[in-house]
Design a protein around this ligand. Structure first.
Ligand SMILES: CC(C)(COP(=O)(O)OP(=O)(O)OC[C@H]1O[C@@H](n2cnc3c(N)ncnc32)[C@H](O)[C@@H]1OP(=O)(O)O)[C@@H](O)C(=O)NCCC(=O)NCCS
Length: 183
């Protein structure tokens, strides 16, 4: 009995501390964020978001720890980024999209001509990644630039998406191919 009471108290304390922490975070963070992100978006303190003036975060967007985001990026309402996702270049994500941990949205590339070290070559113009609404991208996937993932699609864990994925398709593998359709 005593241990149950202790567990309940510990649970309540954890919840309360999380609430206080989040409230403080919003208050402290608001001076940087209020112009560029919805007040209801949550960016974990250990996430790294660059280029705030080019990034638009909709309502209730959640960006978890260790995510790295920079570039011309738009996340619509209710987009969730799991731990350690990397998004860079030009990327548009529609609403209600779930992105599992360790996903890379590589919306850009490097110059790869012969003659100069690639690191010093100018980057070619980025081709935008477009992710529709209600999409689920499985853990450890990589989405390459210029790809469109249509509404309702699912990308299996560990996939490398190099071409467009049609609506409601479940695509898996490297390179990702349509396995079946949701309905
Ligand atoms: C894509 C996915 C949704 C498909 O689930 P499912 O409909 O239950 O598919 P099944 O398990 O019946 O698999 C069907 C076939 O696809 C293959 N397959 C499934 N997922 C695969 C993947 N990610 N990569 C490669 N092949 C995959 C299976 O091996 C199976 O092949 P087989 O018919 O030759 O045996 C699921 O496998 C997946 O990857 N989910 C993502 C999980 C994740 O990232 N979670 C993170 C937490 S948010």
């Amino acid at each position: 009995m005593a241990s149950q009471i202790f567990q309940i108290i510990a649970f309540a304390a954890r919840r309360a501390s999380k609430l206080v922490y989040r409230t403080l975070y919003y208050v402290l963070f608001a001076k940087y964020a209020y112009k560029y992100i919805s007040p209801f978006a949550y960016v974990a303190p250990r996430a790294h978001v660059r280029d705030y003036n080019r990034i638009r975060l909709g309502a209730r967007v959640i960006i978890r720890s260790n995510c790295q985001i920079g570039g011309d990026i738009e996340l619509a309402n209710d987009v969730r980024l799991g731990l350690n996702c990397h998004i860079f270049g030009k990327v548009t994500i529609g609403q209600h999209v779930m992105i599992a941990p360790n996903v890379v949205l590589a919306g850009g590339a490097h110059g790869i001509s012969i003659g100069a070290p690639m690191i010093f070559q100018p980057c070619p113009p980025a081709r935008r990644i477009i992710i529709g609404e209600d999409v689920w991208i499985g853990a450890n996937s990589v989405i390459l630039q210029g790809v469109t993932i249509s509404n309702g699609a699912v990308v299996g864990a560990g996939s490398v998406v190099t071409t467009d994925i049609p609506e409601n398709a479940i695509a898996v593998g490297n390179p990702a191919k349509v396995l079946k359709y949701r309905n």
